[in-house]
Ligand binder design. Structure first.
Ligand SMILES: [Zn+2]
Length: 160
């Protein structure tokens, strides 16, 4: 349960959602947000995106590049370089995407991949400073909990 959900349980009236938005479907909310015409346009863009040869369930399937606005952002496997490490240079992300504009080439990957990369980077960093540290699944309960705290940013992990 999130903090907000806990707060809401204590005080169900305090959910900060105006009454006029209560009980609306996701579709209706999008319509309010974008306006009817724009919603129709967005849906058409999404349908067109589905027809492109690189469309794949589970891939980012982006409609356009956030950085440059180019509408050719292809789903690709990406090699994401790892920070500060000389042994393993990059991680391959299966469901990534990259902008086709040669002046941009912005790379996209989802938050799960990002978390996984962060965990690997963290482990490599710990490993460098504490060469005897074990892989996560071999750690004791306390060490695991501490690792999770650090990975969540609840603790200062600046061991450089
Ligand atoms: Zn771009």
């Amino acid at each position: 349960m999130t903090f907000k959900e806990r707060e809401n349980e204590k005080n169900p009236d305090n959910d900060n959602v105006p009454d006029s938005l209560q009980g609306k479907s996701l579709e209706e909310l999008w319509e309010l947000l974008l306006g009817k015409d724009e919603l129709i346009q967005e849906k058409a863009k999404y349908e067109a995106r589905k027809l492109k040869p690189d469309y794949q369930e589970g891939a980012p399937n982006l409609l356009e590049c956030v950085m440059c606005g180019c509408d050719e952002v292809k789903n690709v496997e990406l090699d994401v370089p790892l920070k500060s490490n000389k042994v393993l240079l990059s991680v391959r992300v299966k469901y990534g995407a990259q902008c086709s504009n040669p002046n941009c080439l912005e790379k996209y990957y989802d938050s799960n991949a990002l978390d996984a990369i962060k965990n690997i980077e963290y482990w490599l960093k710990m490993r460098k400073h504490h060469p005897r540290i074990l892989p996560f699944h071999l750690l004791g309960k306390e060490a695991r909990e501490e690792t999770v705290r650090v990975m969540r940013g609840e603790e200062n992990d600046d061991v450089e």
